[in-house]
Design a protein around this ligand. Structure first.
Ligand code: FAD
Length: 549
């Protein structure tokens, strides 16, 4: 067996190492256009910021190590230029010498990744304008930063831009993030990004939403980024982080099928429409695990796992890739945002029925020092309670909850399973009723119909005369420090004795800070023959949706 692999980082290097473990005899050649293989893309922003001090720590492995330990023929600075499927050959250009040559294959794995998108606006060719993909980009950005950059503009408000923003601020650089949408971190639902927006502001990052760069002009002090709003931002460094495009040229030129957004089309064995050619990683189209729709989700975990699976299939094991769930996490200063599965906006866009709950728990027992707040949003099927997606934002413990929910979604679990989940508990780690259980209790109550709930946005969009009577059951002090417009305050502890103040001819939407007292109030009202509902997630959820109200 002669196996050629194009691309030597996450997917390609995994495929190569796995292949050798499966076959000592195979001839395996790994081609990588750049000078490095298997480097830690995900660590690059932290090396720029200085958190990762040594460049060599980013080299997960080296060509020498792959040669010695895995007996791989590693050819760096070698660009694969074309594939001849009929002859089963590839054409390779040795970038050091310019020499071109052909190599034959029995099987080929394409792991070419995705390239950062650079819009064609005037000024993108200026020397201070970058994208960040590899160690060479990193070296150039770091050199500029160490040369004394005062102002940086980050175009795009995605994961990499926000990680860079944190690291530039850490280095004392004035940082502006410009995002064309009305929210950052677009895979998340907008309200779930509110704590991250607030965190950026509190750390001095300027965030401009709904704006784009039209021109980048050279100036005496570096550059000026001119926005469509007319705003002009001075900068000595500009980094575009506006998404990636699959590197599919090889595949397209060779007549392999690609999807509408350019991802190389593969079957569940990660095989292209040519049975001798497999493809993995950011370059491919994947099946969305939750919906079954074809999509593109560029993440390191899926790329690594796909590399293993493709190698298994090359060597005769029939392994299937289950699809990508989009489990992702980002740290922004002291906040963490993580998600898995479908978002509310995707469910709405694809017309899939869902219900949602928000809870606002502490990450471990509140009485134990250091408890940090989080908001957890759960999306599930209204009839069966099957889990569809989850998002969480907070400090410590966000990663653990989203990981648990990622597994639950993979296992096809329901909100009823979350009620029963037995998770580890001591006060410094969790709560006897973990946030996962709590989300399950609330969601299961909804599915069983025990717990009428109304979403706050539904209350507020209703015309005034049809709107339910908004009953704030928090303390007068909490009410005075902010409430939903139009609400009337009757604290839950006084509700039984003040029922005469609650109108009988209207529906009642009760709310508290996070939903618990609102739920109790709802139960009291229902048993007194009111038509009552709890406002899901309470005032804290209202403030996520209306942060400046
Ligand atoms: P890549 O890792 O991009 O590797 C493809 C390689 O193929 C490249 O080195 C390229 O030079 C080479 N190549 C392309 N064409 C050819 C050719 N014709 N001939 C030879 N070689 C070729 N993901 C996460 O899940 N979590 C994170 O925290 C995270 N952080 C990130 C931070 C940054 C700054 C970046 C850039 C990415 C981050 N990612 C993260 C995304 C993650 O790195 C990618 O999803 C993953 O690397 C994809 O693996 P891949 O093998 O498909 O592609």
């Amino acid at each position: 067996m002669k196996l050629l692999i194009v691309g030597g980082v996450a997917g390609g290097a995994s495929a190569a190492a796995r292949s050798r473990r499966l076959s000592e005899d195979a001839e395996i050649i790994l081609f990588e256009r750049g000078p490095d293989v298997s480097f830690a893309n995900c660590g690059l922003p932290y090396y720029i910021g200085g958190e990762i001090a040594e460049r060599k720590k980013l080299l997960v492995t080296t060509p020498e190590m792959l040669r010695t330990r895995f007996k791989l023929d590693v050819r760096i600075r070698s660009s694969v230029e074309s594939i001849n499927r009929t002859a089963r050959t590839i054409r390779v250009r040795d970038l050091a010498s310019g020499r071109e040559y052909e190599e034959t294959y029995d099987k080929l794995i394409i792991a070419t990744g995705a390239a950062p998108f650079l819009p064609s606006i005037p000024g993108v060719e200026l020397p201070g304008v970058f994208t960040l993909r590899n160690l060479q980009d990193t070296d150039r950005i770091k050199e500029l930063v160490e040369g004394g950059v005062k102002q940086v503009v980050l175009l795009g408000g995605g994961f990499i831009s926000l990680e860079l923003a944190e690291n530039f601020v850490r280095r004392g650089i004035s940082t502006t993030v410009v995002e064309k949408n009305d929210q950052i971190l677009t895979p998340f639902d907008k309200e779930m990004t509110t704590p991250i927006v607030q965190e950026l502001a509190s750390k001095g990052v300027t965030l401009l939403l709904g704006q784009t760069a039209e021109v980048i002009e050279p100036s005496t002090d570096g550059m000026t980024v001119c926005l469509n709003s007319g705003q002009r931002l001075p900068a000595q460094l500009v980094v575009f982080g506006v998404g990636v495009r699959p590197e599919n040229k090889l595949a397209v030129d060779a007549g392999l099928e690609v999807g509408p957004r350019g991802g190389i089309r593969v079957n569940e064995h990660l095989q292209t429409n040519d049975p001798n050619i497999f493809a993995v990683g950011d370059a491919i189209e994947v099946k969305d695990f939750a919906s079954g729709d074809l999509t593109q989700i560029p993440l390191a975990g899926p790329a690594n796992r796909q590399g293993r699976i493709a190698a298994d299939n090359v060597f005769g094991r029939s392994m299937k890739y289950r699809g990508t769930q989009g489990t992702a996490i980002v740290g922004v200063f002291d906040r963490t945002a993580a998600m898995t599965g479908a978002s509310e906006k995707v469910l709405r866009r694809t017309n899939r029925p869902f219900r949602k709950v928000y809870i606002h728990p502490m990450h471990h027992a509140g009485y134990y020092p250091g408890a940090e707040a989080m908001v957890l949003k759960l999306l599930f099927a209204p009839d069966t309670g099957k889990l569809l997606g989850a998002q969480a934002v907070g400090g410590a413990g966000v990663d653990k909850r989203i990981d648990v929910l990622a597994v639950a979604i993979q296992a096809g679990m329901t909100v009823f399973d979350l009620e029963e989940m037995e998770l580890c508990y001591a006060p410094q780690y969790g709560s006897a009723k973990d946030p996962i259980n709590m989300a399950g209790f609330v969601a299961a109550g909804l599915v069983r119909g025990e717990h009428p709930q109304i979403d706050v946005e539904v209350v507020l969009v209703a015309p005034a005369r049809e709107r339910p009577f908004l009953l704030d059951v928090r303390t007068p002090q909490e009410f005075a420090s902010g409430h939903i417009p139009g609400a009337v305050n009757i604290p839950v502890d006084e509700l039984r004795s003040r029922l005469s103040e609650v109108p009988r001819d209207r529906k009642i939407a009760a709310y508290c800070q996070v939903g618990q007292r609102g739920y109790l109030a709802t139960r009291i009202l229902l048993q007194s023959s009111y038509s009552a509902m709890n406002v899901g997630g309470g005032y804290k959820t209202y403030k996520l949706i209306h942060p400046s109200a």
